[in-house]
Design a protein around this ligand. Sequence first.
Ligand code: NAD
Length: 424
Amino acid sequence: MTSANPGAERPPDNPYEMAVAQFDAVADRLGLDGGLRQVLRACKREVTVRFPVRMDDGSIRVFTGYRVHHNEARGPVKGGLRFSSAVGLDEVRALAMWMTWKCAVANLPYGGAKGGVEVDPHSLSEAELERLSRRYATEIARLIGPERDIPAPDMGTDGRVMAWIMDTYSMHHGYSVPGVVTGKPVSIGGSSGRFEATGRGVLFSVQEACRHLGMPLEGATVAVQGFGNVGGVAARLLCQAGARVVAASDSRSAVYNAQALDVDAIWEHKRAGGSLADFAGSDRITNEELLALPVDILIPAALEGQVHGGNAADVKARLLVEGANGPVTPEADLVLAEKNVFVVPDIVANAGGVIVSYFEWVQDLQSFFWEESEVNQRLHRLILSSFQEVVARAEREKVRLREAAYMLAVGRVAEAVSVRGIFP
Ligand code: NAD
């Protein structure tokens, strides 16, 4: 077996080196020629901006922001915008490259991009956050646009930030340009179903994987790590589909009920600002224990690197569906393969968010909006076809789903670069 994050047994500290190592291993398998390899290894465009923001007390602070385009051979670039004090250029480069592959697996007509600002958004007042968002949008205005680069929310940003960016861009143009960002509020051109899209895509991935494994979802036990946008929505939808969610966690605590948790009650409790630490009516376990529960399905939907070399051997689930980005380390992937755990990789399982972002952009360009049922049906079709293509590739090449997904994605982007040719 080769590594599922091919090319690296342990991830290098630098995420961009890890992304390039993954790409190199897939390029080897695909036998990509040297020139094409150089094109796909590099990010096409990288912008660093340093810009001042007036703080509420009248002082001025200078912030650093980035926007990186990895590859645009298949269409305009798409990718989130991260506000975090830990953001750096190499992280943004890696995330941009991963977006290229994620869009290609889902067969969306996009390349990959990512952006970020080095800031802890929780340290700012709402007015400071708005001024920072609008100034950053102005600094990168030359790069973004509905035909070029369409940002979306990521860690530390939300629909509110997208609304400010859309408004700032529109003010500079003199007319409304809703298609410049996705993940906007519905009142200004957002899509129905966008909020639930990633969790719903996780549900569809679980359903397909169960069908593939001949494992009934009705009555199956599920543990969900992380009860936020992805994990919370997925947990609720899985319950509605007949599964029994027996464990869930957040950053402070994890809860367990061998029969089934009352997921809707947890959802309401969290929505009201509560934490799982003060949720009544279930046993308390640790996050480590949650990962090792004897459940049928495990959904890590919190952070990267949660299932690692030190705990992968304890995983007892038959099916692991990656709601989060990168929750399983390359080393753990090998252990899970030995244990015959079926892993649906993040670039397939959590693509629901970018897929419905694509639908939002299409609706904005046409100024014609769909019912939520239509959004969900189209999402189902795309997740299904990407899952089936990845499974077929995995069976043909005798590799795991993650490698198959990367091979499919890199192959599609390489073909687009070749067909377009090298200018001039
Ligand atoms: P979120 O902030 O809404 O939720 C994250 C949840 O994880 C919260 O409940 C938080 O308390 C919990 N958490 C944090 N640290 C934890 C820990 N150590 N142990 C257990 N739980 C912990 O975030 P989200 O939007 O649900 O994103 C979760 C993951 O999914 C991230 O990796 C993100 O990049 C990825 N993702 C999100 C989307 C999307 O559309 N939201 C799309 C693709 C991928």
